[in-house]
Design a protein around this ligand. Structure first.
Ligand SMILES: Cc1ncc(COP(=O)(O)O)c(C=O)c1O
Length: 437
């Protein structure tokens, strides 16, 4: 285990304070020195339960032995190649994904981040359709590179000039805080019809795509009603738009199915995978049909990065797919998620300040309010609970969307029942202490 002395710690924290650019989040008060399974260990060797799987990536837990082995094998075999050279890990990963995807999702490219896979998805949709108009949902997060940022409606839009033309926002299916003030607690999808109606009136006649997360995560864990993704696909198709689903967080087991689109039986035209595909190693994929790929190729499609088709992350992806299959982690997420959800609902019974608990599998959100009738967000309480939970050894995230006060939970799918229960216990104490001020 990595040892770190008190003087080294002080020096390293000093370097962070002096040199690291403050890119939009506050830095944790501890250094992450080691991580394994559901825990991160700080400079004092203290174990902190990580209910966010790092940056919502490590669904197999931190430093899973299969990932370590894939990296070690790559160090022996090959790490990086010219992007025109294919390698065994890239071919194997394509085979692993094709085996769990439907017939219309056969052609894929492997990139590094979620922002990049969404850039590629958007470019594919624009090239294939010849249009450039893109719809994106309120509260969405698709990444911070130019095109991905243009369709991200959840902060980070100010202070850096115009974003990509052609993007319009439609309301999201947030039935706890209905954006069109129409529903309460059950979304009837009027928001979707209204959104498309607004788009029809605004369109210059160049439709390209709709991009959406099957469950918005950074937007507050917004679970759409059954049939929503299917209806989204239908409305997009009627207008000649491709449906891009961004399964950065929902993909590969977290919601209790391999892909979240399966809940609605509505596979997209273009699927974007990232975060969970590499379990913490930068790996993403953009996947579409033979026909759409051919349409792009016919139009001189180009998308190229230094790490496109790199063998090291692909080898990690193969290991992730193998563990997902062998350990049936999607079913485990469904079971463990039901157990966790029951515990959170129990807390909701006991604390008036918990306005809502929602989620699917092991992607769950909890919203703190000043009172249940007005639903006024209680951001200060959520922040106090988050701080206290960390003092007690549990990492939680509050979401960015500035109109609410949600916390989200996305523990590794490999967590034990005892770890989930331990997190619930800490959360209970943190809420009690947070309410005491
Ligand atoms: C749904 C979704 N898409 C895309 C991204 C962007 O991924 P990356 O940060 O790897 O570029 C994120 C990141 O949080 C995300 O949650």
């Amino acid at each position: 285990m990595s040892e770190i002395t008190a003087s080294e710690t002080a020096e390293l924290k000093g370097l962070v304070e002096k040199h690291i650019f403050r890119y939009g989040t506050s830095f944790a008060p501890y250094l992450g020195v080691r991580a394994e399974g559901s825990y991160v260990y700080d400079e004092d060797g203290r174990a902190i339960l990580d209910f966010c799987s790092g940056q919502m990536c490590a669904t197999l837990g931190h430093n899973h032995p299969a990932i370590r082995e894939a990296i070690e094998d790559s160090c022996r075999d090959v790490l990086h190649l010219f992007s025109g050279v294919m390698s065994p890990p890239v071919a194997r990963l394509a085979g692993e994904l094709a085996a769990v995807l439907p017939d219309n999702l056969t052609r894929m490219m492997f990139l590094s981040t979620g922002g990049e896979s969404n850039e590629a998805a958007l470019r594919i949709a624009k090239t294939a359709t010849g249009g450039f108009e893109v719809l994106s949902l309120a509260g969405s997060w698709h990444g911070q590179t130019g095109g991905a940022q243009a369709v991200t409606m959840n902060g980070g839009r100010r202070g850096h000039g115009p974003s990509t033309p052609g993007v319009s926002q439609i309301p999201n299916p947030n039935c706890y805080r209905c954006p069109i003030r129409h529903c309460r607690d059950a979304c009837d999808m009027t928001c979707l019809e209204v959104g498309f109606g607004l788009y029809d009136a605004q369109s210059g006649g160049a439709p390209a795509a709709v991009i959406a997360e099957p469950i918005q995560s950074s937007g507050g864990v917004i679970v759409p009603p059954d049939g929503y993704i299917a209806r989204l696909k239908q409305l997009a198709g009627e207008r000649g738009m491709l449906l891009i689903l961004d399964e950065a967080q929902t993909g590969l087991g977290r919601t209790g199915r391999t892909f979240a689109y399966e809940h609605d039986d509505a596979p997209p035209d273009v699927l974007s995978l990232s975060k969970t595909l590499g379990n913490g190693i930068p790996l993403s994929a953009t996947i579409t049909s033979d026909e759409i790929e051919q349409a792009c190729v016919d139009k001189d499609f180009l998308f190229y990065t230094s790490h496109l088709s790199d063998p090291l992350p692909a080898a990690v992806g193969v290991a992730v797919m193998r563990i997902l299959r062998e350990e049936d982690l999607a079913s485990r997420a469904a079971e463990l998620g039901a157990h966790f959800m029951a515990g959170l609902r129990d807390l909701q019974q006991r604390y008036e300040s918990i306005g809502d608990v929602r989620g699917r599998g092991l992607l769950i959100g909890m919203e703190f309010v000043k009172d249940r009738e007005s639903r006024e967000p209680d951001r200060e309480l959520a922040a106090r609970i988050q701080r206290r939970a960390l003092e007690l050894g549990l990492v939680l995230h509050t979401v960015r969307a500035d109109f609410q006060s949600s916390m989200r939970f996305a523990p590794p799918l490999t967590a034990t029942v005892a770890e989930i229960d331990s997190g619930l216990e800490i959360l209970d104490t943190a809420i009690r202490d947070g309410l005491d001020g």
